[in-house]
Design a protein around this ligand. Structure first.
Ligand SMILES: [Fe+2]
Length: 198
């Protein structure tokens, strides 16, 4: 079993409102998370040669894994949904229909997402709960605190300052939010929703 992860290469077209420099700098941070997930496993393997002596250190590394792994995976959703360019949501899609049931219409859904995003920092996540058959919009601090157990993320909006500070001041982060939502490939998001609804 391999515990080595490779950083993804993303093909992201020009985005209105988010500069190439911003994306490039941000992808470097993402690559850091991949590197550190791999490093943690290398360190665990080395420390495992003397579990009695290194037990506490290994436990702390396991805690750290949640931060680095989620940082890796959430960024893969974030950048992955920009690939292929902006695509509007298809009103016939399963995703659209479920958004309509819970929020009334797509504009109300987007307005709610934006209003929650306006008051926080970290990751703003749209999760789907297969048990409750409903969406949740929740904040994840850092990459790990506030995750809703077992729920698949449908949208992961990076609202850490590093995600927009090349282009915007914190006071203007609403512009970044709109630029990201406008740039989303909703076909890719809807496809992910179909997969978790199976
Ligand atoms: Fe980020």
């Amino acid at each position: 079993m391999s515990t080595h992860y490779e950083a993804h290469t993303f093909t992201i077209p020009e985005i209105t409102g988010i500069s190439q420099k911003q994306i490039d700098e941000h992808i470097k941070l993402y690559e850091g998370y991949v590197k550190h997930v791999n490093l943690i496993y290398t360190e665990l393997m080395e420390l495992g040669h003397d579990k009695e002596k290194n037990g506490h250190l290994m436990q702390e590394l396991r805690r750290r894994l949640g931060f680095e792994f989620n940082g890796m995976r959430l960024h893969e959703l974030y950048f992955g949904d920009l690939e292929g360019g902006a695509k509007l949501i298809n009103p016939d899609s399963n995703l659209y229909q479920h958004i309509k049931v819970q929020y009334g219409d797509f504009e109300k859904f987007r307005a709610e997402f934006a209003s929650i995003a306006a008051r926080g920092s970290g990751w703003m996540i749209l999760n789907w709960d297969p048990v409750g058959a409903r969406f949740h919009m929740n904040w994840v601090t850092n990459h790990d605190e506030g995750q809703l157990a077992t729920l698949p993320a449908i949208i992961a909006l990076d609202f850490w300052e590093h995600a927009y500070m090349v282009d915007y001041t914190p006071g203007d982060k609403g512009k970044y939010l709109n630029a990201y939502l406008d740039a989303l490939n909703w076909e890719s998001v809807a496809k992910r929703f179909d997969e978790v609804k199976k």
